[in-house]
Design a protein. Structure first.
Length: 110
């Protein structure tokens, strides 16, 4: 078992993200396949369009985010909402309403 207290974790900088502070709560090295991060986005934060070979799930804890896929695919997520992003699927993300957002991120390695 791995237990991580509320304010604990390892700070990290997520590639192609901006105006965000993150804590890795569980790393792939600890669990073998899953990384769990808690991301604190500032009002103008987000992530550039990119893809990953890993599966990702974003769960919105606080605030509102918009996740865009290829073409005109758009998902507005509010507290309690989540989105699954398949391996290789492109996405970008922007924080809504000029308020901070907090997102719990699960990354699964094949």
């Amino acid at each position: 078992m791995i237990s991580v207290k509320d304010a604990k974790g390892t700070p990290y900088d997520a590639a192609k993200h901006f105006e965000v502070f993150g804590l890795q709560k569980i790393t792939e090295a600890q669990s073998k396949r899953i990384t769990v991060c808690y991301s604190y986005f500032q009002p103008n934060g987000g992530a550039e369009m990119s893809s990953s070979p890993k599966e990702r799930v974003y769960y919105v804890v606080k605030g509102s985010i918009t996740v865009n896929g290829k073409g005109d695919e758009t998902h507005v997520l509010n507290p309690g909402d989540l989105i699954y992003i398949a391996p290789g699927e492109e996405r970008d993300m922007i924080i809504n309403d000029g308020k901070p957002a907090e997102v719990l991120v699960f990354i699964v390695t094949p």
